[in-house]
Design a protein around this ligand. Structure first.
Ligand code: CP
Ligand code: NVA
Length: 308
C-alpha cells in the first residue's frame, strides 16, 4: 500500500512517534553542517518530489525543497496556475501523469477533496502541504519543537486561542493520537469542524471548547494561535472584533503554566492574534518551530517512501 500523508492519522500513533524520533536524530546528527549538504546516508538519493502550490507559501516551499536536498533527492516546484491543472486538467489525470515522473507529490490547495482525489489516483505517496481542512506537516514541526523543549508531548495541556481553523484541526487530531489535551478558546460561530472533534473523541482524545480565553489558557503547557483570517477567507471587521478577546497577550500568558511555551505556525499578524511582547518574548519558540518544518518534513518524506 502507498503511504500517503493526507492527515496525521494516516501514520497512526506509532508512525508519528517514529517520525518524531527520526526528525530529532537527523537534526542532531547534522548540526552545524552547511544547510545544502546531504545527510551522510543520503537516503533519498535518486528520488524526486513534485510540489504543487495553489496558495502562497514561504516555509512549506523552502523547507520541503531543502529537506529533499538534505536527504539526497531533488524537487520540482510548480504553481498550479502555470500547470494545465490551472486551466482545467483534472486532479485525477494530473495525479496519474505526475506518478509516472516523480516519486512523491506534495500539494497545497484549498478544497481538501482535491488532496484526497490526488491521493486516490496517484501511484506514489501524496503529502498534504495544507488544505482548508488541515495542516499536518505544520503540526509535526510543532510536536518536534515541544518534544525538544519539554522532553515529551504526552500528558501535556495545549490551549488554542482564536479561529477554529485548519491548523487547529491537525492539533486536535495530534492530541488524540499522542495523548495531550486541547482546550479550544474561540468565539461562537468560529468553531472547529465538529467532525474533527468527534473523530478525536472517538479515539479517546480529550478536547473541549470554551468561549472564555482565560479558561482555555489556565494552567496550559502550550499556548498556540494562528492568523484570524486564513488564506482564501474573506471575513472582515466583524470577525476581527469577535476574535479580539482571544488575542494572546502577556496577561493571557500569565494564566498558563509559568514555563508555558508559545507556538505560532507563521505568518503572524502582530497586534491581532498575538502581541509583540508575547511573540518576541522568552516563552516564544516560533523560530525553532519554523526551523523544525525542515527536520519534521524530512521524517515525513522518509516515512512516505518506506524508509522509516
Ligand atoms: N506555516 C506555514 O505553512 O507557512 P507557509 O505558508 O509560509 O508555508
Ligand atoms: N491557517 C493559515 C495557516 C497558514 C500557514 C492559513 O490557512 O492561511
Amino acid at each position: 500500500t502507498i503511504r500517503h500523508f493526507t492527515d496525521l492519522a494516516d501514520a497512526g500513533t506509532d508512525g508519528l512517534k517514529a517520525m518524531l524520533a527520526a526528525a530529532k536524530a537527523r537534526k542532531e546528527a547534522r548540526a552545524g553542517s552547511p544547510k545544502g549538504t546531504a545527510d551522510k546516508d543520503a537516503p533519498l538519493a535518486g528520488f524526486t518530489l513534485a510540489m504543487i502550490f495553489e496558495k502562497n507559501s514561504t516555509r512549506t516551499r523552502v523547507s520541503f525543497d531543502m529537506a529533499m536536498r538534505q536527504l539526497g533527492g531533488t524537487t520540482i516546484v510548480m504553481d498550479a496556475g502555470s500547470m494545465q491543472l490551472g486551466r482545467g486538467e483534472t486532479v485525477a489525470d494530473t495525479a496519474r501523469v505526475l506518478s509516472r515522473y516523480v516519486d512523491a507529490i506534495m500539494i497545497r490547495t484549498d478544497d481538501h477533496q482535491k488532496l484526497i482525489d490526488l491521493a486516490k489516483h496517484a501511484t506514489v505517496p501524496v503529502i498534504n502541504g495544507l488544505t482548508d481542512a488541515s495542516h499536518p506537516c505544520q503540526i509535526m514541526a510543532d510536536l518536534l519543537t515541544i518534544l525538544e523543549h519539554k522532553g515529551t508531548v504526552e500528558g501535556l495541556r495545549w490551549a488554542w486561542l482564536g479561529d477554529g481553523n485548519n491548523v487547529l484541526h491537525s492539533i486536535v487530531e495530534a492530541g488524540s493520537l499522542l495523548g495531550f489535551t486541547v482546550a479550544v478558546g474561540c468565539p461562537e460561530g468560529y468553531d472547529p469542524d465538529p467532525a474533527v472533534i468527534d473523530a478525536a473523541k472517538a479515539r479517546g482524545g480529550d478536547v473541549r471548547i470554551t468561549r472564555d480565553a482565560g479558561d482555555a489558557a489556565a494552567g496550559a503547557d502550550v499556548i498556540v494561535t494562528d492568523t484570524w483570517i486564513s488564506m482564501g477567507q474573506t471575513d472582515g471587521a466583524e470577525k476581527l472584533a469577535a476574535m479580539m478577546p482571544f488575542q494572546v497577550d502577556e496577561a493571557l500568558m500569565a494564566k498558563a503554566a509559568s514555563d508555558a511555551a508559545f507556538l505560532h505556525c507563521l505568518p503572524a499578524h502582530r497586534g491581532e492574534e498575538v502581541t509583540d511582547a508575547v511573540i518576541d518574548g522568552p516563552q516564544s519558540l516560533i523560530w525553532d518551530e519554523a526551523e523544525n518544518r525542515l527536520h519534521a518534513q524530512k521524517a515525513v518524506l522518509l516515512w512516505c517512501l518506506g524508509k522509516l
